[in-house]
Design a protein around this ligand. Sequence first.
Ligand SMILES: NC(=O)c1ccc[n+]([C@@H]2O[C@H](COP(=O)([O-])OP(=O)(O)OC[C@H]3O[C@@H](n4cnc5c(N)ncnc54)[C@H](OP(=O)(O)O)[C@@H]3O)[C@@H](O)[C@H]2O)c1
Length: 335
Amino acid sequence: MRRNIYFYYGRMRYRPLGRTGIEVSEIGYGAWGIGGILWRGGSDDSATAALHRAFELGLSFIDTALVYGEGHSEQLVGAIAPKGVAIATKVPPKNRLWPARPGFGIEEVFPYDYIMSCTEESLRNLNRDFVDLQQLHVWNPEWINDDGLRQAFADLKKSGKARHVGVSLNNHDPDSALELMRSGFIDTVQVIYNIFDQSPESKMLPLAAELGVGVLARVPLDEGALTGTITEQTTFEEGDFRARYFRGDRKKQVVEHVDALNRDLNGLVTDGAASLPQIALRYCLSNPAVSTVIPGMRSIRNVEANCAASDAGALDAKVLAMLKRHAWDRDFYGG
Ligand SMILES: NC(=O)c1ccc[n+]([C@@H]2O[C@H](COP(=O)([O-])OP(=O)(O)OC[C@H]3O[C@@H](n4cnc5c(N)ncnc54)[C@H](OP(=O)(O)O)[C@@H]3O)[C@@H](O)[C@H]2O)c1
């Protein structure tokens, strides 16, 4: 018997993606993990089931990238996503350097022809004529006045191959795109925003709200730290990027921070979507400048839990004030 989606999982809510005219589900699908390669331990069967379940629950926005599984994430998404689901993808840096480094000119990283050919390749993987959003996978503010980039974005839109364009910002560097946002030639920004990294709140998110720039809140669960499932004994398969992210004494640090967070949260959130990952997603959605939050998910279980966070809505002011104390300034990607 078909389950009653509203009763069991709550109702998905939608928000405008900035001034693009697109409405997107508050919970979007982070599709890095389903590409495999850097995320081990998943399977295409599980990813396919998770994607189907997400669409059943009203999810209508997916964030993928050409580089995720070297096209595999895009291929899975393209094979399954119904027509009305908005797809965002990304052009990888040509020099394959994440994050973007100062001093590398745009001609080495995002030359015009390369942006165009990567977009064509993504469209083939996705089996679509257009993407709803094409993003640069890294951003360096030194590139702001580059004519080739502006031309590439303009031509992608004119040809209809990308309806909208944006950038995905370097890790923990939300203010690197303030001038770009003011320039008016991007529609969206993708930024790390979570209970530990609250830095977008000071400048970037208010500016996005003022200008109508869409915001994709990425890594809302701090690569799994904010799910509460990382312990000092957690191990990752060789080749899984998290083995590096959580290396050395970092798992111990995560446990200490998550324990402190759980102690402060104890009894404060009492409605139906009150698990730590759900609170982490609701934290992002409590900021009205956020258009969609894009947790990585590879299982039906996680899709159902995460989609339920939308209906539960914003956290109240008392909880948000308490969470301010849990900001944690560090960079586990680098170093
Ligand atoms: N430079 C960039 O542009 C960039 C960089 C990183 C990420 N992103 C985008 O942002 C998305 C999200 O980031 P992310 O996937 O790296 O990290 P994330 O969303 O912070 O965390 C994903 C992890 O949380 C787990 N998880 C998800 N929901 C859960 C739940 N309800 N309960 C317990 N565990 C749960 C996932 O498990 P399972 O995988 O087993 O479901 C996975 O291990 C990516 O998929 C990608 O689209 C972009």
